[in-house]
Design a protein around this ligand. Structure first.
Ligand SMILES: [Zn+2]
Length: 318
């Protein structure tokens, strides 16, 4: 897989690759059905009968690219948001977009913490909370009239920033879902044409842990960070949701031992089916730790368990 930074500005004119192919009569050799025209990617229209390339490279060789002069404007580039998507299919499906790494660092300000970080600091103490947020490079972003949101960056093992998930948590540490789900993506802010390939949240951390260290995979990014607060020596990653667990995400981790910690209830059964079906022969174990905990409701996860336990312990101490 190859990654390149997302470019908002694209060539306005490109050779027509709509299907079925439109092949016209070549203006030079006069043969029918051999001339591929240039199209304007913002409209899908052919630029002009003289602009294009002839299939008969040797016998004819006609080629004419539209330039600003001929078109009466210098508008040869356009914002990728204005491009009809069907005129910009991926050149190669193995090429995806990525985010410039400085965008990630801009969100990592030690003096501006997210509402979730503040909430967890009150429970687990700021020392342990800040350590885990720094380790996972969880950023803070103000987004519209939402609160101080977390940015969970998907940084892969080769230090490529795939995207960032922007999530708003209220003062109670729960996600804001009213009047709408407060979730957004950094790559969406840049444009809809972005070719996204997601990775596990925390994937880059395998560079810091020995090869024989198991990787613990949970559903949500918040859970991975909380688990690391409680067990700093263990490597937790998050797949981002019950349906987001993918074989290729696990394969990226090499031959490490994998332990899945699904949310209680539905996720446990779904992940077990998925492992049996798609991940046979891989070194994967599914923890049933939560299934046996009576004080944990369906849909709750291992972080909820740690938070309940910590609040209880904090109460005993005071
Ligand atoms: Zn020709």
């Amino acid at each position: 897989m190859e990654f390149r930074e997302f470019d908002k500005s694209v060539h306005r004119y490109e050779l027509d690759h709509s299907k079925p192919r439109r092949k016209l009569t070549c203006p030079q050799c006069g043969r029918d059905g051999c001339f591929t025209p240039y199209v304007d990617v913002t409209t899908g229209q052919i630029v002009g009968e003289q602009f294009g390339v002839c299939d008969h490279k040797n016998k004819c060789g006609y080629f004419k690219y539209p330039t600003g002069n001929e078109l009466g404007s210098n508008d040869l580039f356009t914002d990728s948001n204005k491009v009809l998507r069907r005129y910009r299919p991926p050149v190669n499906p193995d090429i995806a977009n990525c985010i410039p790494v400085n965008k990630m660092f801009e969100t990592l300000n030690p003096f501006e913490t997210s509402d979730l970080q503040d909430y967890l600091s009150n429970i687990f103490g700021s020392y342990h909370t800040n350590r885990a947020f720094n380790l996972y490079k969880v950023g803070m972003m103000r987004f519209g009239d939402w609160g101080k949101c977390c940015v969970f960056w998907q940084l892969d093992k080769n230090w490529v920033v795939r995207t960032g998930k922007i999530m708003d948590y209220g003062p109670d540490g729960k996600r804001v879902k009213v009047p709408m789900d407060h979730v957004c993506w950094v790559h969406i802010l840049d444009g809809q044409d972005y070719l996204l390939r997601q990775c596990l949240f925390g994937e880059f951390l395998i560079n810091f842990y020995p090869n024989d260290a198991p990787v613990y995979i949970v559903e949500s990014e918040k859970t991975a960070v909380i688990c690391n607060i409680v067990y700093p020596s263990r490597l937790f990653m998050a797949c981002g949701g019950i349906h987001m667990l993918k074989r290729e995400m696990i394969e990226t981790l090499g031959r490490r031992r994998i332990v899945l910690y699904p949310d209680k209830g539905d996720a446990f059964n779904e992940w077990r089916k998925k492992v049996d079906k798609d991940m046979r022969g891989m070194n994967i174990e599914i923890s049933d730790f939560l299934e046996s905990k009576p004080n944990i409701d369906e849909g709750m996860d291992i972080a909820d368990y740690f938070i309940i336990k910590q609040i209880y312990n904090n109460g005993k101490g005071s």
